[in-house]
Design a protein around this ligand. Structure first.
Ligand code: ZN
Ligand code: ZN
Length: 368
């Protein structure tokens, strides 16, 4: 079968300064720019003055290390953390996967857990923020442990063409998983935000493609665009915000999908929909939000996610909403089962169409 991305080498050759298309901030149309990337206007100061990155919106700066200690050492001792459910006690389903590839016109999404999904968009197979490891941590024996097994066993994955990475936190960029995917699917194309290419290459990804906010990459009938997110990055004590964070949109096989990555509520969701929608599927994080005073600037809660969805949803077609970033790793203080319950409640109260709220079980596949 003809690969939709043709040869990855052809796809990954599209890099600055030969970038083919840039979706310029401030305009809704795509413009062809040969040889240059237009500098971002000052209204987009998400590049830090001394290198690195920052959130460009008011009150969007994440809390610092002192506040982290206050949360971890003072508040948590006071018993504010909800109990975790027993391991593997949330509902699961058998995934439905077309292997090695589906036919044109078949589209499905399978929730593997946390922010990892498998998208089958016609003959294109896409993974988002893949993690199959036991812990979301640099250490084998310490750090957030998986509460639910991956909804799809690694060995059951179909041929992977495209991997989307949103940022470098351990629950989104897992070194062992990256190595396993790079070894098993050496021809997959990896898209990542700025400055994440080098660490990916060290993990065995041959040609990662970096993009800045609003920059696209196009090839073989697939268009992917890096979109703004309000978050932060870092894997150690000395690399905070040295690499960018983002969401991604993909247009392929006549569908448009949006993957938000990790994000707080920010003012650009409407612009993402206007420039890159209408979306058939919107994937939003709904978990890891308590305590609010600490998490508000980096993660949405279910109420924020409803607001983001309303800004993103199409007025002309059905935009299904798939809730991610819950039920798999305990990262924060709310009960593991709370995010989807609260999200469904707010969804109903907002009068949104019941059939478009997709809370899936681990492993569950939904065609769309
Ligand atoms: Zn994160
Ligand atoms: Zn996360």
């Amino acid at each position: 079968m003809q690969l939709p991305l043709r040869q990855p080498s052809e796809f990954t050759r599209i890099k600055p300064p030969a970038i083919q298309q840039l979706i310029a901030p401030g305009g809704v149309s795509r413009r062809r720019i040969d040889g240059i990337i237009e500098p971002l206007p000052p209204a987009y100061p998400h590049h830090g003055p001394r290198g690195g990155y920052q959130n460009p919106w008011p009150e969007a700066q994440p809390r610092g290390f002192k506040d982290f200690l206050r949360w971890q050492l003072v508040e948590r001792r006071a018993g504010t953390v909800a109990q975790s459910p027993p391991l593997d006690s949330l509902p699961t389903r058998e995934p439905v996967i077309i292997s090695p590839r589906a036919e044109r016109g078949y589209r499905s999404v399978t929730w593997i857990g946390h922010s990892t999904v498998l998208l089958q968009l016609g003959a294109l197979n896409v993974l988002t923020d893949p993690i199959w490891s036991e812990r979301a941590s640099p250490l084998r024996t310490l750090g957030p442990r998986r509460l639910m097994a991956p909804g799809v066993a690694f060995d059951r994955l179909p041929s992977i063409d495209l991997v989307l990475l949103s940022h470098n936190h351990y629950d989104h960029l897992d070194a062992t998983t990256v190595q396993r995917i790079a070894a098993r699917f050496p021809n997959a194309t990896w898209l990542c935000p700025m400055d994440l290419g080098k660490p990916l290459r060290k993990l065995g990804v041959s040609q990662p493609v970096e993009r800045d906010w609003w920059q696209s990459v196009d090839g073989g009938g697939v268009s992917a665009t890096c979109t703004p997110a309000q978050h932060f990055s870092g894997r150690g004590l000395r690399d905070r915000n040295r690499t960018l964070w983002c969401g991604w949109t993909i247009a392929a096989d006549d569908v448009r999908v949006y993957f938000a990555g990790d994000t707080a509520l920010h003012p650009e969701f409407g612009a993402i929909a206007a420039r890159l929608g209408p979306f058939d599927l919107i994937m939003l994080p709904i978990g890891a939000y308590e305590p609010r005073w600490f998490m508000r600037s980096v993660h949405m809660n279910p109420e924020d996610a409803i607001e983001a969805y309303r800004a993103l949803a199409s007025r002309t077609t059905i935009s299904r909403c798939l809730a991610l970033h819950w039920g798999t790793f305990r990262l924060t203080d709310e009960a593991i089962e709370e995010p989807p319950i609260r999200f469904a409640q707010r969804w109903r109260e907002a009068g949104l169409p019941e059939s478009a709220n997709w809370i899936l079980a681990h492993g569950e596949t939904r065609p769309f």
